[in-house]
Design a protein around this ligand. Structure first.
Ligand code: GAR
Length: 220
């Protein structure tokens, strides 16, 4: 495993699936001036490909399988115990497909980010790409937000848009959105590690000022 760099903020990633966002973040964090270090990946799916990606990248992993617990509270308590061992400054949800309890979210308030595949507040929850197509939307995208008790409802930090083409399917749209996610998430993580973004009472503070609307990555 890579030696810890003691001065850099410690980032812990939670994921459930393929881990392309984890990969994008690890790749970004290997750039020389990146202000954070990825110290571990936690996963609730023992077979998830993200675990292989982490092994390849020499990042430590742990698995907390939700099927081993009879309640959400017990699962979250076990997850929290694992996370605390790494003493993270930032926890990022990158395709982590479990709903977290209020206790968990409160314990890490202001340190917990999520990426969600829609232009929030549109399409919280699942099947966002199909729902955007069904609604005939001409734009779609992805959002990075602070996690609060409300599912997919915490203050949005930044968004990236994609245009919806007439022949887009759920899969082509998902692909376009993921390409944007791989650019957007490392940028927001960088801002966080540089101390530029904070969670205020109910809004995002960017360089100490309330963010009136999410930062935007242009569609090009
Ligand atoms: C990402 O597109 C992310 O936005 C989405 O899961 C995908 C994970 O991909 N997250 C959610 O739907 C959360 N509700 P990845 O495993 O390749 O990073």
């Amino acid at each position: 495993m890579m030696a810890d760099q003691p001065t850099l903020p410690r980032i812990l990633v939670l994921a459930s699936g393929s881990g392309t966002n984890f990969q994008a973040l690890v790749d970004a964090s290997r750039e020389r001036d990146f202000p954070g270090q990825v110290v571990a990946v936690g996963c609730n799916q023992p077979q998830a490909f993200v675990l292989e990606r982490a092994a390849q990248a020499n990042v430590e992993t742990f698995v907390v399988n939700h099927k081993d617990f009879s309640s959400r509270d017990e699962f979250d308590a076990a997850l929290m115990a694992h996370i605390l061992r790494y003493n993270p400054d930032l926890i990022i949800l990158a395709g982590f497909m479990r709903i977290l309890t209020t206790d968990f979210v409160r314990a890490f308030r202001g340190k917990l980010l999520n990426i969600h595949p829609s232009l929030l507040p549109r399409y919280t929850g699942l099947n966002t790409h199909q729902r955007a197509l069904d609604a005939g939307d001409s734009t779609h995208g992805t959002s990075v937000h602070f996690v609060t008790e409300e599912l997919d409802g915490g203050p949005v930090i930044a968004q990236a848009e994609v245009s919806v083409a007439p022949d887009d399917t759920r899969d082509t749209l998902a692909e376009k959105v993921q390409q944007k996610e791989h650019l957007l998430y490392p940028i927001v993580v960088r801002w966080f590690c540089e101390g530029r973004i904070q969670l205020g009472r109910e809004q995002v503070l960017f360089d100490g000022q309330t963010l009136d609307s999410p930062m935007r990555l242009p569609d090009n």
